[in-house]
Structures are given as structure tokens and as C-alpha cells.
Ligand binder design. Structure first.
Ligand SMILES: Nc1ncnc2c1ncn2[C@@H]1O[C@H](COP(=O)(O)OP(=O)(O)O)[C@@H](O)[C@H]1O
Ligand SMILES: [Mg+2]
Length: 347
């Protein structure tokens, strides 16, 4: 087997659990065969997918070569890297005119709360909006929209009918599990398949915007969504404590690298409003979100305070942008205003 025949054989391997080949996913870097040894470089993003693909190759080729040297290319070091075909993605949601992906470097920063309130803010402007809970490991959109007691129904065409509240359509794996508390210990390939089903088998109707609450971080699910959907704008949510961390910069870099346009950065729990005096306290210092936006040359979309009422109302399924006071509504509505201004949408 020479370098070319090995490359061809590797390209045809199917990625475990996904109906796509390693070649289609463009996960192969340099491949060299020297004598009976092979050196294979992978362009996988997450450690998990690197280990998946490495194992797959070892299972198929360790009999043929006396040594297999499989390494992972350090992607953050190189900017013109080709991650799959996200530059020319498929479109699994042709019914949606625009797709906004809401992401974060880490969990717990308020990504889901921001997603829900931004989706409702769009609906308040008269747009038809759906929200897809793609955070399959911690799906909480149903609780935040008070739809957690609704259960899946099918229409006459065998399509899943999404839940609906506050003027938006909602789909989440949490609506399909017997109890909201069921822990979802999924392999990423299973998670990816569930999401593709939610894109293809849900009766979303025509949408002006599909808002996607992405899982935190930069793994296979994010990559697949970028390959299967033309994302119009990615919104990155962070908190002041995390602004300067690697998690945030990795998330920004990934979207840049996979050619997804960043709409900008939202700083959540940015400052503190005292519930009694309504005084503002910049307990984390101010301007962190603006600084990071500048550093990565993406717009700063706005800050939302750390507000006890936002937490209490959100956790009861009463989104502040719909049921809060005018200031609370304005934080989210202003961010939507900025997103609409900064990004190119089809409307
Ligand atoms: N601006 C805010 N002020 C106070 N609490 C908030 C705010 N935004 C979110 N929270 C609370 O923080 C917790 C995590 O938010 P969530 O949206 O679930 O985060 P993520 O989706 O990033 O894991 C929730 O209890 C939520 O109500
Ligand atoms: Mg969440």
C-alpha cells in the first residue's frame, strides 16, 4: 500500500455512528507510507473525535502496517485549516430563512437563557421564530419556556409537532424523554443523529429565524451543525469571569476557522443591580466583554446584569423579555437590535 492508496482507503472509512465518511468530513491531513510504516495526520477538532477516528483506523489498518503513527494536527495553530465542508454546508433546514447559533465556551454562563430571550425578542418584532435546543447534554429550553410538561405529538404527515409558547416554536430532546430529569449520557454520534432528526422531522413550518441553543464548547455537535446548516450568525455568550479564558478564545477561533460569521459577543451577568436600591455595581470590573470583542474583531452586542429576578423568573419558565420589567426586556431587545444591524439576514 502506498501513500495514495492508503489515503483513498482512509477516505472511505465511515465515521462511527454518522452516515458520513472520513473523506467527506475532511478529517485527513498529511498521509505518508514509508516501507511498512504509515504516518497519518488527523484534522479532528475535539479530542473525542480524534480518539474515535484513531481507533477506527487502528481497527482497520494495524494488520497491514508494522507501525501506525496517528497524530492530531494542532488546529488552533493554523488559521486556514479546512474543517469539513462548513464553508459550503448542507441545508437540513430549508424552511428557515436564517439560522442564529448561540454558543459559549463553558456551561452555566446563561447561554440557554439568552437563547430563549433573543428568540422571543425576534418574535416580538413580528418574525416567525423556532428554537432548537441542541444542548443535548443539558437540555433546558422546555423549562425556560414553561413547556416542560408538553409531550411530543405527531401530525398527519408523521412529523413531530413542536411545542409552542411566548410566540415561538420549541423543540428539545427534553420533550422526548419520560422525565425532564433523565440524564442524557449520549455518545456524540447519537446526539448528532437526534439533532438531524429534529431538523428534518419536525413540522417547523416556514421560519424567519431558527435560533439554536448549542452545547457549550467546541466538539463534534458544533462541528456537525456547522456542516449541516448554513449558520447566518453565531452569538457567543460569556460571563466577566470567563472573558479572558481559553474556553472563550477557543470558541471564537473555532467559528472563525469553520467560516461561520460571528454576530458578536454577549456578556451575561455583566454587572450587578441591587434589588433594593437598583444601584449598579461593576463587581467584576467593567468592559471585559468589549475588550474581548475587540481582541477578536467581532462586535460587542451588549451586557445583561446579574439580576436575581432574571434567575427566578427564568427558572419558573417566565422569560424576562416577555414578562419582566421594561429594563429587563430592553437588555435582550437591544441585543437583537444589534444582531440585526450587524449581520446579513434574508428577510
Ligand atoms: N442575567 C442573569 N442574572 C441572573 N441569573 C441568570 C442570568 N442569566 C442566567 N441566569 C441563571 O444562571 C443559570 C444558568 O443559566 P443557563 O441559561 O441555564 O446557562 P447555560 O445554558 O449556559 O448552561 C440559570 O439558573 C439561570 O436562571
Ligand atoms: Mg443551557
Amino acid at each position: 500500500m502506498n501513500s495514495n492508496t492508503l489515503k483513498k482507503a482512509l477516505q472511505d472509512l465511515k465515521y462511527p455512528g454518522i452516515n458520513r465518511s472520513i473523506g467527506e468530513l475532511k478529517l485527513l491531513g498529511d498521509i505518508k507510507v514509508i516501507g511498512d510504516k504509515a504516518k497519518i495526520e488527523l484534522l479532528t477538532i475535539s479530542d473525542e473525535s480524534y480518539l474515535n477516528v484513531k481507533k477506527l483506523i487502528e481497527e482497520n489498518f494495524s494488520d497491514i502496517f508494522s507501525a501506525l503513527d496517528i497524530s492530531k494536527k494542532n488546529l488552533s495553530a493554523k488559521k486556514d485549516m479546512n474543517y469539513g465542508n462548513s464553508a459550503a454546508p448542507n441545508n437540513r433546514a430549508p424552511y428557515a430563512k436564517n439560522i442564529i447559533a448561540v454558543t459559549s465556551g463553558k456551561g452555566g454562563v446563561g447561554k440557554s437563557t439568552v437563547s430563549v430571550n433573543l428568540a422571543i425578542a425576534l418574535a416580538q418584532r413580528g418574525y416567525k421564530v423556532g428554537i432548537l435546543d441542541a444542548d443535548v447534554y443539558g437540555p433546558n429550553i422546555p423549562r425556560l419556556t414553561n413547556t416542560d410538561l408538553q409531550r411530543i405529538k405527531w401530525d398527519d404527515n408523521n412529523k413531530i409537532i413542536p411545542a409552542e409558547n411566548y410566540g415561538i416554536k420549541i423543540m428539545s430532546v427534553a420533550l422526548t424523554t419520560p422525565s425532564m430529569d433523565t440524564p442524557l449520557v449520549w455518545r456524540s454520534s447519537v446526539a448528532v443523529n437526534a439533532l438531524i432528526q429534529f431538523l428534518e422531522d419536525v413540522a417547523w413550518g416556514e421560519l424567519d429565524f431558527m435560533v439554536i441553543d448549542m452545547p457549550p464548547g467546541t466538539g463534534d455537535v458544533q462541528l456537525t451543525i456547522a456542516q449541516e446548516l448554513p449558520i447566518s450568525a453565531a452569538v457567543l455568550v460569556t460571563t466577566p469571569q470567563l472573558v479572558a479564558t481559553d474556553d472563550v478564545s477557543r470558541a471564537v477561533m473555532m467559528f472563525k476557522d469553520i467560516n461561520v460569521k460571528m454576530a458578536g459577543i454577549v456578556e451575561n451577568m455583566s454587572f450587578f443591580i441591587a434589588p433594593d436600591t437598583k444601584n449598579r455595581y461593576d463587581i467584576f470590573g467593567s468592559g471585559g466583554g468589549e475588550k474581548i470583542a475587540k481582541k477578536y474583531e467581532v462586535p460587542f452586542l451588549g451586557g445583561i446584569p446579574l439580576d436575581m429576578q432574571i434567575r427566578e423568573a427564568s427558572d419558573k419558565g417566565e422569560p424576562p423579555v416577555a414578562l419582566g420589567n421594561n429594563e429587563q426586556k430592553k437588555y435582550y431587545q437591544d441585543i437583537i437590535e444589534n444582531i440585526l444591524k450587524n449581520s446579513k439576514f434574508t428577510l
